[in-house]
Every structure is written in C-alpha cells, then in structure tokens.
Write a protein that binds this ligand. Structure first.
Ligand code: BEZ
Length: 254
C-alpha cells in the first residue's frame, strides 16, 4: 500500500476487487494505439500492469511506470518491466516510438510537465495515445462530495485529486508541446460498479476525506452516496459511475 503525490492510497488487491473493470474497458484506446511488433512503448500510469501485458502480447517492448510502489510490485509480479516514477517528472529522452496511458492522466494534476515529459520521451514522429477522465467525468460524484464537505465548512478544492480537462484545453496543451492531433473526443461511458458506489469511493475518493476523524469521514461518504442515488442508482439498485472519457491520438512533429 502506498500514497502517491495526490494523497491517494493504492492497494493492488482492493483495486482488483473494486475496479478490475478499468483495464477491461481499455480496449478502445488499445485499438487506437495499434501497437506493432518491436515498437518501444512507455505505459504511463501502468497500475498493476493488466493492460501493459496486452501491449507485450502484441510484440511491443514495453516499459511501465507508475507513481505507486504497490502497483509497480504488482506489475513486476506479472513479469513486466516496470519502475516507480512520478508522471510529472518522466526521466526519458527520445527512446520510445509511443507513449500509452489508460485511466491515469486524470491523477496527474499538473498536466504541463506531464505532457512536456511525454514529448521528451518520444522519438520525432512518435505518438501519444491515451484515455482518461475528461470534462464532466464523475460529475455527480464530485458534486455530492463537494456539497458534503462544504456543509461542514471543509474546503473541497485542495482535496480534489482529479484533473478532467475539456477537448479544447487538452488540445491546446498538446499543440503547445509540439504534437499534431490526429483524433480527440469526449466519450460518455456510464459504467456499472461491481461493488457499488461505496466500494468505488473506498478505492478512489480517499483524498476527499483524508485526515478527518473516522465518524466524520464516514458521515461525509454516507451523505454523498445518498445524494448520488437519484442520478447513479438504477431501478434494480445497481450503481453506475458517470464516466466521461477523453480519448486521443497525437503525433510529435518531426
Ligand atoms: C476514471 O477512471 O475516470 C476515474 C477513476 C478514479 C477516479 C476518478 C476517475
């Protein structure tokens, strides 16, 4: 178990139970990447390596990086090449044909150094292909947590660990760093939650309630879950996440 720069605590076992669907839903961005035999690919925010393994199976030579030591241990246990590295401080220079990322960039709240590091890591003409939470992602979740914190006079802004940009904002960022955008879109993807909203919050929303006394912490989470029910619980009592993905393929100018 480890804490990354956002204060998020990662546990590979709990992640698998509450969010094992995340790599399964990575198929469209893998298709957009179209990894080729022998290509050197950096998997940025590789987590436990479930998708990294698929890149390797395509014949690519893959390096995974993640800010969480627990996740890197899990990736290495699959036999993958992986190292602990903060995505804001990538330490590579012109050594990958592609940088790939799934469900990770929204945890990197200073996107400027992230994209600068990706551009540095790529060879000229290399591609950056990724999917992550875009503008409006988990909006009902953020709104409910924000309201529960505000009611207790706790400022939610410094606790929010997520970055969900618009197409326009992220496009401008990519262009500033020398990329030509080949494809970019916001894609709504309501996603069923196997362990309900409480399980999802336990895995992902820790920073909103970090450091609070246990009774208050639980009260905030319960209140937020109750507020989300009208929007995110279906007629059979099943919970859904209101995911909105930002998916793109961009190429570094030669
Ligand atoms: C996402 O995959 O969109 C996501 C996951 C955890 C927290 C926030 C967003």
């Amino acid at each position: 178990m480890t804490t990354a720069s956002t204060g998020q605590i990662w546990d590979a076992g709990r992640y698998q139970a509450n969010a094992g669907f995340v790599p399964v839903l990575g198929a469209p961005v893998l298709t957009l990447l179209a990894p080729a035999e022998g290509e050197r690919i950096l998997d940025l925010g590789c987590g436990d390596g479930a998708l990294t393994e698929k890149l390797v199976a395509c014949g690519a030579v893959v390096t995974g990086v993640d800010g969480s030591a627990a996740m890197i241990d899990a990736a290495r246990a699959r036999g993958l090449t992986a190292e602990v590295m903060d995505g804001h401080a990538l330490n590579y220079s012109a050594c990958f044909e592609a940088v790939f990322s799934n469900a990770a960039l929204h945890w990197m709240t200073r996107p400027e150094p992230v994209v600068a590091g990706v551009a540095r890591a790529l060879v000229p003409g290399g591609r950056f292909v990724a999917e992550f939470g875009g503008f409006g992602n988990v909006a009902a979740v953020v709104t409910a947590l924000t309201a529960a914190l505000n009611r207790r006079n706790i400022d939610p802004a410094p606790r929010n660990p997520w970055y969900f940009p618009t197409v326009e904002e992220y496009s401008a960022l990519l262009i500033r760093h020398g990329f030509v955008i080949e494809d970019i879109a916001l894609v709504p993807r309501p996603t069923p939650l196997p362990t309900g909203m409480a399980g999802w919050l336990e895995t992902f929303a820790g920073p909103f309630v970090a450091g609070l006394e246990e009774t208050e912490r639980q009260a905030i989470l319960d209140e937020a879950v109750a507020a989300m029910a009208p929007a995110l619980r279906d007629g059979s009592g099943g919970w859904w996440a209101d995911y909105m993905r930002l998916r793109f393929r961009a190429r570094l100018g030669a």
